[in-house]
Design a protein around this ligand. Sequence first.
Ligand code: FAD
Length: 290
Amino acid sequence: MVDCHYLEPTTVSEVCTLLAEHGDGAKVVAGGQSLALLLRNGLIQPSHLISIQHVTELEDITASEEGVKIGAKVTLNRLIGIDDAHPTLRALSDAIKAVADPQIRNFATLGGAICEAHPASDITVVLISLNATVKLASADGERVVPMRDFVTGAFATAAQPGELLTEVIVPSFDLTVAAAAHRRFVLRAGDYPVVGVGAFVSLNGAGQCQEARIVVGNCSGAPVHAQEAEARLKRNNIVGNNGVLAAASELAAAHVAPSSDPMASNEYKIDLVSVLTKEALTEAVALAIG
Ligand SMILES: Cc1cc2nc3c(=O)[nH]c(=O)nc-3n(C[C@H](O)[C@H](O)[C@H](O)COP(=O)(O)OP(=O)(O)OC[C@H]3O[C@@H](n4cnc5c(N)ncnc54)[C@H](O)[C@@H]3O)c2cc1C
C-alpha cells in the first residue's frame, strides 16, 4: 500500500505552492501511467502526491505565429490526428500512434511522457527534432527550456524540485519547404522501441538543405543529437540524393555508443540507427518537397 497524502489542486498557482511547501517529498501525478509502476514497485516513496487531474488550464492546445502550444495535461490520444488542425505536428501524431496502447494513451499526458524522461521515449526524440521548448512554472516564476536541454539522462531532467511543466511549444515552420519524420523499431507492438529516430529538414528552392536535426533515442541515457550527420546534410542538395542521405545516416550511426541489452546487441542498435535515420530523412525530404 502507498502511504502518502494525495492532493488535488485546481490551478497551476496552487500546484506550485504545494510543490514549494512539500519539497523533495512531493511528486506530481499526471496520467499516473508511469508513476503507478514506480509506486507499486516501491521505487519511490513520496510524502505527497499532487494530482494535476483537475488543473484545466493545462488542457489547451493553441496556435499562434510563434507555433503550437500544447498544455502539459493534454492526453496522448488527443494528439493522434492533431496534424489535421496543426500540420506541423504530423511527426508527433505519427509517433504517438505507436506509443503503448489506447488505454494507456487515454490517461498518459504529454507533460508526463516528457518528464518521465525514458531513454527510449518516442515523444522526446520527435520534440527535439521539432526544436520544441517546454515551459516550467514554480513558486519563483516561469522559465522556458529547449527540449534538447531538458532531458539530461535516463529518467533525469533539467526540472528543479518545485517546478511543474506547464506547456510544450512547437515552433512554426514553413510546410512547403520543411518537414519532420519519425521512425522506430520495436520487437512487439506496445513496447518501447529498441531504437527511435526523429529527423527534421528544411530546404531552399534549389533543394539544398538549410537546417537539419537528427535525434536518436535509446542509444544513451538522454537522446543523442547527431551533429556530424546534420552537418553532412547542410548546404548540400538532398532532394533525390540517396548518397548524401546514406552518408549522413552512417554518420548518425557512428555517433552513438549504445549498450547491449536483452532486446538487442549494441551492433544491432547501431545498424538500426543507420537504417532508421535514412528512412526518416527520406520521408522528411519527400514531405518537404510535397
Ligand atoms: C506499458 C507502457 C508502454 C509505453 N510505451 C511507450 C513507447 O513506446 N514510447 C513512448 O514514448 N512512451 C511510452 N510509454 C510512456 C508513456 O508515454 C508514459 O508512461 C506516459 O506518457 C507518462 O505520462 P503520465 O501522464 O501517465 O505521467 P505520470 O506517470 O503521471 O508521471 C510520469 C513522471 O512525470 C512527472 N510529471 C508528470 N507530469 C508532470 C508535469 N506536468 N510537470 C512535472 N512533472 C510531471 C511525474 O511526477 C512522474 O515522475 C509507455 C508507458 C507504458 C506504461
